[in-house]
Design a protein around this ligand. Structure first.
Ligand SMILES: Nc1ncnc2c1ncn2[C@@H]1O[C@H](COP(=O)(O)OP(=O)(O)OP(=O)(O)O)[C@@H](O)[C@H]1O
Ligand SMILES: [Mg+2]
Ligand SMILES: [Zn+2]
Length: 541
């Protein structure tokens, strides 16, 4: 009769076990130093070696040449334990024997010495299934165990073991097994079975188990049953309902190239091949997760459970995106996966979800545009500072990031057309336009006169600092359409001038026009055709 691979290759001693090094080490020490506990809890993911280790431990302590961490495997005790028919090693499946009567029976049984071996070992599988009353009956035994008794409770749900029991046992958590170790194990078993399988095939089989050795070995069984001695990667994928990384990578590429119609094609292909869309969304989440990890670590990593070649591919693809992007895509895909769990229209949901990914990619463009904006804004300083360094400091604090100077939209008024009274107003407007608000505000209490080519600004002494001649000169020249020289005169008392009308007295149209001509705004309109500017607000007010 055919024996399934998982059972045929059940490790018979610690050296054959993969993963679970912490369990091996601690138990080996305990055996060698003769410090065995009477109760053990083995918990952890299914198919990771709990029952296997329980049996190995039983052999270790009952082997004729023991107690030893490496049982002989030849004595009748070793042989019987492997075959599961040793009288002193009792395996109980709590899934079907969970009641108080069974536990009372155990309690009775415990009182008698082992028939032949050193210890009576009770291996209770699925221990979380034991009822509360039954646990209580068991507790009595664990409180005062006879010297010859060892209990091993195996469970996938450690938290369902009552504290009263757990506190009397040594607890080991079994971890899901690393991809690399699984690969090695599967490869060696395939060789022993005379099966031909490429790395890709082995990788698919190892992944199918999601860290459970038994599940991976079952997948191998299935593969052999279906394909015989030569396993082809596509067949195995189809058999195990796994997705080629191609379709996952296709999604990433479509996100990268912003190709929504490609997304629709991908869904179409999946449907065509009759693949589960839910499953696809789960695989896609895992794919984004792997890309994110690849992006963060920047090199092949044990955190990603795929083959070396796939690691390289992941790294390449990850470089198309930023960490933030990948996080966003992962999030969206997880949401999509959740939605698909209950969806009556999975196809619709998947299409929508994938299109959303592309749209989310456009946010990247916003980020980029903002970053570009930042660089233009902090770019060339609007004006060389004419005088002392104190001045520089004070104006910098007042306006930390002066926007660049842009020529006013309206053609500059030739100076002879500017009436003297308007000079101040025009200059004021131009200065504000250039973002030099402190300078502009100084004009509120200043007198401005044009004498030939010289623009004389009479300002209260305290204000003169703000009126940087060089900068004002440049802006005044542009505003008046001809080169002027600026001279600032400090007076003791403020010249009696009318207060300037506030800047916002300008018509809204003008402000709007100015905002729309800003290169940052223009860039956004390029990036998002059809985008509308709805309100314009002056942040300086
Ligand atoms: N750590 C491991 N090293 C090598 N093989 C393992 C390991 N864990 C599991 N296996 C393989 O998987 C099979 C099942 O393992 P085992 O019965 O010990 O799992 P388990 O943890 O008790 O699972 P469950 O929670 O489903 O009872 C074994 O026969 C063996 O072939
Ligand atoms: Mg088990
Ligand atoms: Zn032996």
């Amino acid at each position: 009769m055919y024996q399934v691979i998982a059972r045929k290759y059940r490790p018979q001693n610690f050296s054959e076990l993969i993963g679970q090094e912490h369990v091996q080490k601690t138990l080996t020490n305990a055996i060698e130093s003769n410090r065995l506990a009477h109760g053990y809890i083995f918990s952890g993911q299914r198919g990771t070696g709990k029952t296997t280790v329980a049996r190995i431990l039983a052999r270790c302590i009952n082997c004729f040449s023991g107690p030893t961490a490496s049982p002989c495997g030849k004595c009748s005790s070793c042989i019987e334990i492997s075959a599961g028919n040793s009288v002193d090693v009792i395996e109980i499946d709590a899934a079907s024997n969970r009641g108080i009567n069974e536990m009372r029976e155990i309690r009775e049984n415990v009182r008698y010495r082992p028939a032949r071996d050193r210890y009576k070992v009770f291996i209770i599988d699925e221990a979380h299934q034991i009822t509360k009353e039954a646990f209580n009956a068991l507790l009595k035994t664990l409180e005062e165990p006879p010297e010859w008794v060892v209990f091993i409770l195996c469970t996938t749900e450690a938290y369902e073991i009552p504290n009263t029991i757990a506190s009397r046992c040594q607890h080991f958590s079994f971890r899901s097994v690393d991809f690399a170790e699984l690969m090695t194990r599967i490869k060696s078993i395939a060789q022993q079975e005379g099966i031909e399988a490429s790395e890709d095939v082995l990788s698919v089989i190892a992944q199918a188990g999601e860290g459970s050795v038994r599940d991976s070995l079952s997948a191998l069984d299935q593969a052999i049953a279906c394909c015989g001695k030569t396993l082809g990667v596509e067949d195995i994928r189809a058999l195990l309902g796994m997705f080629g990384t191609e379709s996952l990578r296709a999604v990433a590429e479509a996100v990268h190239t912003q190709d929504t119609s490609r997304m629709l094609d991908i869904v179409q292909e999946l449907e065509h091949k009759g693949q589960s869309l839910q499953h696809f969304s789960r695989e896609l989440s895992r794919y984004w997760r792997n890309l994110l990890v690849a992006k963060i670590t920047g090199k092949p990593s044990g955190l990603i459970q795929v083959s070396e070649q796939e690691q390289q591919d992941l790294l390449k693809t990850a470089n198309l995106f930023s960490e933030e992007d990948l996080t966003r895509y992962l999030n969206l895909t997880l949401e999509l996966y959740k939605a698909l769990q209950t969806s009556l229209q999975p196809r619709l949901h998947l299409e929508l979800g994938l299109i959303k990914l592309v749209q989310a990619g456009r946010i990247q463009a916003i980020e980029q545009a903002l970053a570009e904006l930042e660089t233009t804004e902090s770019g060339p300083s609007p004006s060389p500072v004419a005088s002392g360094s104190m001045l520089t400091a004070s104006t910098r604090t007042a306006a930390p990031r002066p926007p660049p100077f842009h020529a006013p939209q309206k053609p500059a008024a030739p100076v002879n057309q500017v009436e003297n009274g308007d000079l101040r107003q025009v200059l004021y407007g131009a200065l504000r336009h250039a973002g030099m608000n402190t300078t502009a505000d100084a004009l509120h209490s200043s007198e401005v006169q044009l004498q030939g080519n010289e623009l004389v600004i009479k300002a209260p002494k305290v204000m003169t600092l703000a009126l940087r001649e060089g900068a004002v000169q440049r802006i005044a020249s542009e505003a008046f359409g001809k080169p002027v020289r600026v001279r600032v005169e400090g007076c003791e008392n403020a010249p009696s001038v009318e207060s300037l009308p506030p800047e916002n007295a300008k018509t809204e149209d003008e402000v709007r026009e100015r905002a729309l001509s800003h290169p940052g705004v223009k860039r956004f309109q390029e990036l998002f055709p059809g985008a509308q500017v709805r309100t314009v607000r002056n942040l300086n007010e």
